[in-house]
Design a protein around this ligand. Structure first.
Ligand code: PXP
Length: 279
C-alpha cells in the first residue's frame, strides 16, 4: 500500500501519532468486535494523523494480536508499535515489520506506562534490541524520562530516536500546579535539546490533553489555560507527539451530539418503515 498522507518531515509542527489503544479498551469492555481500533486507525489517517501508534501489552488488555495483523494489512500510514523489551514482543515486531517501534517499560500492575525505560541499567539488552529491530527495518525509539543520563545512554545503545515521557508534566497541568508545570517543562526542553545535540530524533508523549475538558465542579483545572498539548507542541525540538487517552476522550465529547442524533434518527426511521431481519 502507498501512503499519500503527511510525509515524515516536520517544519512547522510536530507530527501527530494517534494512539488507538483506548478504542480497543472500549471494545474489550464488552468482549465483542465494536468499536474496531483498525477502523479507528483508518479514520484517524483520513483525518490527518501522521502515524498510528498502538501498544501490544503482555496482558493484551487493549490491542490484540489480530489487531496488529489487521493494522499492518489495512493501514497505509506508518505504524508505531509500542512494546516491552521481551523476546515475545521482539519476535512479534520482527514478523510485523512496522515502520517504527517504541520500546517501553511495562509492569503488569500499572494502569498505564508510568515511567520511562532504565536504559542505563540495561544497556546491553537495549543495544541488542536496537540492532535486531533496525535489521528488521524498523526505526527504534526509546521511551525515557527527560534525564540526561538516560538520554546519553539511549544515544550510546544506538537508538535513533527517543520519546520523552510527559506524564509528570501532564499531571502538573491537570493539578493546576504552576510551579511543577514550569519545572517539568524546563526539564523536557533541556532533554529535547540534549537529545537533538546527540543526533537523536526527539519525540514526546503521555497524558497530553486539550483545555476545554474541565471536570464539572472541579476547581483544579483552570478553564481556558494553555493546554498541555500546546505547551509541548510549542517546543521547537519536538518532532513527534504521541497522544491517545485524552484524544479518545475528546472524541467522545465532540462526537456525542452526532451519536445521539444518529440513534434517535434510526429509531424514528424504523418506526416509520419497519425493520425486517436480513433486509
Ligand atoms: N507514548 C507512549 C510511549 C505511551 O506508552 C503512551 C501510552 O500508551 C502514549 C505515548 C500516549 O499516552 P496517552 O494515552 O496518555 O496520551
Amino acid at each position: 500500500m502507498t501512503y499519500s498522507g503527511s510525509q515524515l518531515t516536520s517544519v512547522d509542527s510536530p507530527l501527530l501519532g494517534v494512539n488507538i489503544d483506548h478504542i480497543a479498551t472500549v471494545r474489550n469492555a464488552r468482549g465483542g468486535r465494536f468499536p474496531d481500533p483498525v477502523a479507528a486507525a483508518l479514520l484517524a489517517v483520513e483525518s490527518g494523523a501522521d502515524i498510528i501508534t498502538f501498544h501490544l501489552r503482555e496482558d493484551r488488555r487493549h490491542i490484540q494480536d489480530d489487531d496488529v495483523r489487521r493494522l499492518k494489512e489495512h493501514v497505509a500510514a506508518p505504524l508505531n508499535f509500542e512494546a516491552a523489551v521481551t523476546d515475545e514482543m521482539l519476535d512479534i515486531i520482527e514478523r510485523t515489520a512496522p515502520e517504527h517501534v517504541c520500546l517501553v517499560p511495562e509492569r503488569r500492575q500499572e494502569v498505564t506506562t508510568e515511567g520511562g525505560l532504565d536504559v542505563v541499567g540495561q544497556r546491553s539488552r537495549l543495544e541488542d534490541a536496537c540492532q535486531r529491530l533496525a535489521a528488521a527495518g524498523s526505526r527504534v525509539s526509546l521511551f525515557i524520562g527527560a534525564d540526561p543520563a538516560q538520554i546519553h545512554a539511549a544515544a550510546e545503545v544506538g537508538a535513533p530516536c527517543i520519546e520523552l515521557h510527559t506524564g509528570a508534566l501532564a499531571n502538573a497541568w491537570w493539578d493546576g500546579n504552576a510551579a511543577a508545570l514550569a519545572l517539568e517543562l524546563s526539564r523536557l526542553k533541556a532533554g529535547l535539546l540534549l537529545g537533538r545535540s546527540l543526533g537523536l530524533r526527539t519525540h514526546a508523549g503521555h497524558g497530553l490533553a486539550l483545555s476545554q475538558h474541565v471536570p464539572i465542579g472541579d476547581s483544579a483545572v483552570v478553564a481556558g489555560q494553555v493546554s498541555s498539548t500546546a505547551l509541548v507542541a510549542a517546543c521547537p525540538d519536538v518532532s513527534e507527539l504521541h497522544i491517545g487517552h485524552a484524544l479518545v476522550g475528546h472524541a467522545l465529547f465532540v462526537g456525542l451530539r452526532q451519536a445521539i442524533a444518529d440513534f434517535k434518527a434510526e429509531a424514528v426511521r424504523a418506526r416509520r418503515t419497519g425493520a425486517i431481519v436480513g433486509q
